[in-house]
Design a protein around this ligand. Structure first.
Ligand code: NAP
Length: 511
């Protein structure tokens, strides 16, 4: 991939965990003519966007970090959102990635030129940026889902989504929280400390496992600091433990019953009131939706100033929220902790590949978005995704999945550089991948589960989640040869996936 004047070799869109990993790998490979475009004012992705009180991570810090510069603070077991953001900013500076970063730039279009075989990205400001390859690293959980509820426009107080926290709003009065997912579980205990009344509107409860203390004791701190290799051992152990214990819940595997037992015990311990306990007991199997790991949420719901409402919401009224039983509860502030529009990948972005084919039309005609291991789509040469369809893990660390994808994308870029041609995933490779994916999805409890979750449609079609372990994801990609799965468009190889000759390994640097 030789860049021409005014043309980048690679443009990465998004500077969260995925985009920063990509940028680092490009630098390591000696590619310097690349740009990272970020819509926001700083790196960090969801950790920049989510500033709600109590925002933290329920995945251990040492696991939930970048492989090339792991989080090493021996004091912190579970990080706060701000600590993750600081860590990502520090990594950006430490590795010289900031010189490639342009913030405040939103990409709204990407068009592939059949003649010059270059992508032209269009920004919201109307700028056009040419690049040989584009890597979308925009994540899955960044477009707030605001329910279309009757009467919303009539509400006289302040309201906002959990990921767009309005820090000018006074939350010391009566606060309504709609939703009881991971975000709500973290912010409700904080609101309960300051608000005069918190009303929590629950549509369905989640399984909650107890979260260990947020920081390490002195012995662990000392050991993590001084015992050689312990940090890496700990990080690797967490990864394997999540795959071995949490991942099987997606298939109602061996750990489902023991974990349900632990979750029920946690509920019994923290909630004495049988009626409240009944409302909080899920009627779906553990693993059908994301398990919450939290030790403050249940306790907060038992506070005298907190009410859990399980009657459905009929409408918003000027003074608060009315439920289907006709009760109106007053609120000064409504917090929509209602999740994200995660199933519409690259929503709002026009992406046209070879022959002007629209990516969204392609996905619509298939009935679901798909991408080869969540990272490439036939007909879209030199276009890659990080955290694309079916590459979210609900049970382990998502930065780890992204790391596997980035390594594979680097191998694709290297192959393209060797062939001096754009390459795309072959139909044959895609079909074989989808066969594997669908078999694995059929083994999960998701398609038939009764619980609603953001990674599947109402008809049970899973769109976002990877159905196996992260180790399996990494192994599949490590064992996949891009020169067999990718080919130059319109070459015989593209249709068959058979390579012409085996390219030698070489870095993707091309000057
Ligand atoms: P979420 O898990 O999608 O939860 C949204 C909540 O809103 C659910 O309780 C849902 O009810 C409810 N809801 C949605 N529409 C509603 C409506 N019209 N009326 C009433 N209730 C409605 O969203 P989230 O809590 O923001 O979390 C999203 C994801 O972000 C998580 O799954 C996780 O992957 C990630 N996250 C991670 C952390 C962490 O610590 N690592 C923290 C926060 C978020 P139903 O359950 O009935 O659908």
């Amino acid at each position: 991939m030789t860049g021409r004047t005014g043309e980048y070799e690679v443009v990465v869109v998004g500077a969260g965990f995925g985009g920063l990993t990509m940028a680092w790998e490009l630098k390591q490979a000696g590619v310097h003519n690349f740009l990272v475009l970020e819509e926001g004012s700083e790196v960090g992705g969801v950790w920049r966007e989510n500033t709600y009180p109590g925002c933290s991570c329920d995945v251990p810090a040492h696991l939930y970090s970048l492989a090339f510069d792991p989080y090493r603070d021996p004091r912190v077991r579970y990080p706060e959102g701000q600590a993750i953001l600081s860590y990502l900013c520090e990594v950006t500076d430490r590795h010289g990635l900031r010189s490639h970063l342009r913030c405040g730039t939103s990409v709204v279009g990407a068009d592939y030129g059949d003649e010059d075989r270059v992508w032209t990205l269009t920004t919201a400001a109307g700028e056009r940026i040419r690049t040989r390859a584009v890597v979308w690293a925009v994540g899955q959980l960044h477009r707030p889902a605001l329910p279309r509820m009757r009467g919303v426009d009539t509400f006289g107080g302040r309201m906002f989504h959990s990921a767009r926290w309005d820090h000018t709003a006074d939350t010391t009065g009566r606060v309504a929280v709609v939703g009881t997912g991971s975000s709500a579980a973290q912010l409700i205990p904080e609101l309960a400390r300051t608000a005069s009344a918190v009303t929590v509107y629950q549509r369905s409860p989640s399984w909650v496992l107890p979260k260990p203390a947020a920081s390490f004791g002195p012995v662990s701190r000392w050991a993590l600091t001084h015992v050689p290799g312990l940090h890496d051992l700990y990080r690797g152990g967490l990864h394997r433990a999540a795959d071995a214990v949490l991942a099987p819940t997606s298939q109602a595997g061996w750990s489902a019953k023991p974990l349900e037992y632990v979750a029920r015990k946690h509920l019994r311990r923290q909630v004495r009131n049988p009626e409240l306990r009944r409302k909080l007991t899920p009627d779906h199997r553990i693993g059908e939706k994301r398990i919450l790991i939290d030790s403050k949420y249940y306790r907060a719901l038992t506070e005298p100033n907190v009410e859990l409402v399980t009657d459905g919401i009929e409408q918003v009224v000027s003074t608060g929220i009315r439920t289907v039983d006709g009760t109106e509860r007053a609120a000064d502030v409504i917090v929509w902790a209602t999740g994200f529009r995660a199933r519409q990948f690259l929503d709002g972005v026009r992406v046209r590949g070879r022959g002007g084919v629209d990516l969204h039309d392609t996905w619509r005609s298939q009935g679901r978005p798909t991408a080869f291991y969540g990272l490439a789509v036939p007909g879209f040469p030199n276009l890659y995704l990080i955290a694309g369809p079916h590459s979210f893990t609900p049970t382990n660390s998502n930065p780890a999945v992204k790391q596997h994808q980035v390594r594979y994308i680097m191998r694709c870029l290297t192959l393209g550089a060797r062939l001096r041609e754009p390459i795309e995933v072959t139909e044959k490779a895609m079909v074989s991948y989808l066969d594997h994916l669908d078999e694995a999805l059929d083994r999960t409890i998701w398609p038939w589960g009764t619980a609603s979750t953001w990674w599947k449609n109402a008809d049970g079609t899973v769109t976002n989640a990877w159905p196996e372990t992260v180790a399996a994801f990494g192994k599949a990609l490590a064992g996949n040869d891009p020169s067999l799965s990718f080919a130059v468009p319109d070459s015989p190889e593209r249709r068959t996936g058979v390579r012409r000759s085996r390219p030698q390994d070489e870095p993707c640097r091309t000057g």
